[in-house]
Design a protein around this ligand. Structure first.
Ligand code: PXP
Length: 237
């Protein structure tokens, strides 16, 4: 199982002062030095953390896989096509949310997906859709031409009752197998931390976990290198 580290919150801290530190590019180098398999970033329409210049610098300097998370707005889709990252993960986005709140409604986004996905695939960009663990959304992802899905683990991560956790974990596992059997690459992420990732990492059919907030949070106390290494130990078993 691979770990792609989301570096958005390095930029969040920088943007708190609108200055130059901490630098997400430097963070990306540090994350990769610690052994992560790739870098994820989300260029939001409101540019609250990652800025356009970060995206261009990451593309120029980082030689490991980049996963460009973004909403399906025409302006952002044009940037994805220009940058041509190894992978793009398409997410829903609301300006008032503090973070991505749920999976993409693939069916409601049909027109925009059918317009964007073929253009992305023509640039050799692997297209992943961030979806709730829901059969209808997963099947539609396959039907509209996605290569991969990222299963939203936010609901699982928010649970505290062991029985409910077990039930949601079983559901996620079923949906991972369902997607895999359709021929989709299956990633997962959102809300994963040093406690709840271990159980998700038992689902060996998951290709990659995308984790950000918990790693950047821990890095304040341990340094980024150690925070990534600690998470890699969990992800790689
Ligand atoms: N996957 C997706 C699609 C996301 O939008 C985010 C948050 O940017 C993450 C994973 C990472 O979530 P977290 O920061 O909670 O680890």
């Amino acid at each position: 199982m691979k770990l792609s580290v989301n570096i958005d919150h390095i930029a969040t801290l920088r943007q708190a002062r609108r200055g130059i530190e901490p630098d997400p590019l430097e963070g990306a180098f540090e994350v990769l030095k610690a052994g992560a398999d790739g870098i994820t970033f989300h260029l939001r329409e409101d540019r609250r953390h990652i800025q356009d210049k970060d995206v261009y610098l990451l593309k120029e300097k980082i030689k490991m896989p980049l996963n460009f998370e973004a909403a399906l707005s025409p302006e952002i889709v044009d940037i994805i096509l220009e940058i041509a990252p190894e992978e793009t993960t398409l997410v829903p986005e609301k300006r008032e949310e503090v973070t991505t709140e749920g999976g993409l409604d693939v069916i409601a986004s049909e027109k925009r997906l059918l317009n964007a996905i073929p253009r992305m695939k023509a640039k050799n960009i692997l297209v992943s859709l961030f979806v709730d663990p829901d059969e209808t959304q997963i099947r539609a992802s396959k039907n509209y031409g996605a290569d991969a899905i990222e299963i939203h683990t936010g609901h699982y991560a928010a649970l505290s009752d062991p029985l409910e956790i077990e039930k949601e974990w079983n559901h996620i596992k079923d949906m991972v197998l369902f997607a895999r059997d359709l021929g989709l690459i299956v990633n997962a992420g959102h809300g994963l931390n040093y406690e709840n990732t271990q159980k998700i990492a038992l689902i060996k059919e998951i290709n990659e976990l995308n984790i950000g907030h918990s790693i950047i949070s821990r890095s304040i106390f341990t340094g980024l290198h150690q925070a990534v290494k600690d998470m890699l130990k969990i992800v790689k078993g």
